[in-house]
Design a protein around this ligand. Sequence first.
Ligand code: FA5
Length: 349
Amino acid sequence: MESLQHLEAQLLEALKDIKTDAALNDIKAQYVGKKGHLAAAMQTMKTLPAEERPAFGQAVNALKTVLLNHLDSHQKALNEAAMMARLEQEVIDVTLPGVPFEQGSKHILSQIIERIEDLFIGMGYLIKEGPEVESDLYNFEKLNLPADHPARDMQDSFYIDEHTLLRTHTSPVQVRTMLAYGGEKPVKIICPGKVYRRDDDDATHSHQFMQIEGLVVDEKTSMSDLKGTLLEVARTMFGADREIRLRPSYFPFTEPSVEVDVSCANCEGQGCSICKQTGWIEILGAGMVHDNVLKDAGYDPTKYQGFAFGMGVERIAMLAYKIEDIRHFYTNDQRFLTQFKDDQGGLEE
Ligand code: FA5
C-alpha cells in the first residue's frame, strides 16, 4: 500500500520531462501497461491475507483511474502544444498582396455560337449535332450531289476511304434529322459544328472551320420566313440597324438558292474598303430545300416545303469584330484571345 502511494508522485515527476507522444506511450506502458507498476502491484495481492485483498484491489483500481487521468491530461497538453507550434509556423500575413492568377474564358467562337444558339432557341429551334467523320451518302448524295456531280468540287474534301470523309459542311445533319423524323414531323433545327475542306489556309480560308446550319421543314414554309429569320441573325450579330439582301446563287440542295448579304456596319452601307465599296457583305448561303432532298429524306414535297441556310462562324466573328485574319482563331495567341474575355459574343445587347 505504501509503495502504491508513491506511484502517483513518481508519475507526475516523470511526466515533467515528457515532450513527445512516443515518450508518453513508454511511460504509460511503464505504469499502467500489462507489465507495468500497477500490474506488478496486482501480482503481489495474492501474498496478502484474504481480508486485506478487497481493500488493496480497490486501492489499485482507484490509483489506475488517477494515473490514467494524469496521462490523459498530459496527452492533451502535448497535442495543444503541437497545434500551437504548427499555427505559429503556418502563420499567414493577410496584409501581403495576393498572387494574381489568370482566369480562363470562353473562346470567341464558342461565345458567338452560344449567342446564335440562344437566338434560335428563343425562336423555337432545337439544336442538333452530327458526326464529323461522315459518309459520302449524307455529305453529298442525299443532298442532291450524286457521284461525279461537278458541284462536289465546290467543297474539296478530305477522304478517309472511298465512302467516308471529314464532313465538308453541316448540311448532312439536315439529312440525318429528316430521316430520323421519318418524313412526318415538322423540322426546326440548327446544327453548329466543325467542318473540313482542302482549302489552302489564308486570311479568309481555313482547312477546318465552323458552320451553323439551319433547317425548317413544314407545310407552309416560304422564302419570306427565311428572310425574316436571317434578318434576326444579322441584327443580333451586327446591330439593330442592319438590313439584308438576297442574291440569286446556286447550291445543289436548295432551289431557289441565295447568297445573303448584310449591309456594311462600318460605313452604314455607303461603301468602304471593308465592303469593297459595295455597301454589302456576304454572310451565308441559303435557299428553299430542293424537292429531291425532301423526297430522299422521306418527305412529300407536294405537302412539305423547307428552307435551309449555312453560315461560317469565323466569317461572322471576323465581320462583327473587324478581325482581319481567320488564322487568329486557331493560333491560341493570348494577346488575341484575352481581348474577348468579358464579351458576350456580339455587338448589340
Ligand atoms: C455551304 O457549305 C452550304 N452547305 C451552305 C448552305 C446550307 C446553303 C443550307 C444552302 C442551304 P458554302 O460552301 O458557301 O456553303 O459555305 C458556307 C459558309 O462557310 C461560307 O459563306 C463561309 O462563311 C464559310 N466558309 C466556306 N469555306 C470556308 C473556309 N475555307 N474557311 C472559313 N470559312 C469558310
